[in-house]
Design a protein around this ligand. Structure first.
Ligand SMILES: [Fe+2]
Length: 253
């Protein structure tokens, strides 16, 4: 199964006077066009979809995502507003209509997908409270034999020296590692938030971080707007686990 992975588009409203408003929209357009050419089985979107959580930003995001052909699964980042996101994408049956968290399980594909919500209103750092711990433990215990991929906005591990202690409470990140360590069917954890591509072994599996599609806020180093947006393609199987490739979107104009 091939999973397209996009993240951190930080889309602004069409009327925004932010200097990168048009650039960010173009970056996402280019990635969507390229993803359609690659034809992954699904696409996951690991949050920070818009910049301020505003309804007009979500309306713009919907318009930009409309050409995407593969099934799309969204989770919020700290820049998102869960109520506004839920409202804008109310036609997506997988998004829970009620409850405090936008987490869910997708059983429709060869690899089971579990989306984890690590956000808390007003909090930039990741959160994985006891209620979410219990939910994930139950979801993973439900089908222990099925190869599974997890996705979440905040990586629960440190990255170099620019992302250290990314959770509000260190015990939250430890709890997530603890739950995953009890479930060897987990083939990987896909994340965003840090705006650079990286990968590391974590809790008996692999943690893989996607950069920001918005090139003006990327932190990969040495990148320029001219180098263009990128996204990830994850090849996942029950036997071989996770193989991730970085794909640079081709120019379409
Ligand atoms: Fe972000």
């Amino acid at each position: 199964m091939i999973i397209g992975h996009i993240s951190d588009t930080h889309i602004l409203a069409p009327a925004s006077d932010h200097p990168a408003a048009q650039l960010r929209a173009d970056c996402l357009r280019r990635c969507i066009a390229d993803i359609n050419r690659q034809q992954p089985d699904v696409v996951i979107f690991t949050g920070d979809t818009v910049q301020h959580g505003a309804p007009e930003e979500y309306a713009h995001l919907r318009e930009l995502l409309a050409p995407l052909q593969a099934p799309l699964y969204l989770i919020p980042g700290n820049r998102d507003d869960n109520a506004a996101l839920r409202s804008a994408f109310s036609d997506r049956p997988y998004l829970p209509e009620e409850g405090g968290f936008l987490h869910y399980v997708i059983d429709d594909h060869a690899i089971r997908l579990i989306a984890i919500d690590s956000t808390l209103p007003g909090e930039r750092m990741g959160v994985f409270c006891p209620a979410r711990q219990a939910w994930l433990e139950a979801a993973l215990s439900d089908q222990p034999e099925r190869p599974t991929m997890l996705f979440i906005h905040h990586p629960p591990f440190d990255i170099d020296d620019h992302y250290v202690g990314g959770y509000r409470r260190p015990e939250d990140a430890s709890a997530l590692a603890g739950v995953v360590s009890r479930h060897p069917q987990v083939k990987g954890l896909l994340c965003g938030h840090v705006h650079c591509v990286t990968e590391r072994s974590w809790s008996g599996t692999v943690g893989c971080v996607m950069s920001s599609i918005a090139v003006d806020v990327r932190k990969d180093g040495g990148e320029t707007e001219a180098s263009g947006p990128l996204y990830l393609l994850h090849h996942v199987s029950g036997e071989s686990g996770l193989l991730s490739r970085t794909r640079r979107a081709e120019h379409t104009r």
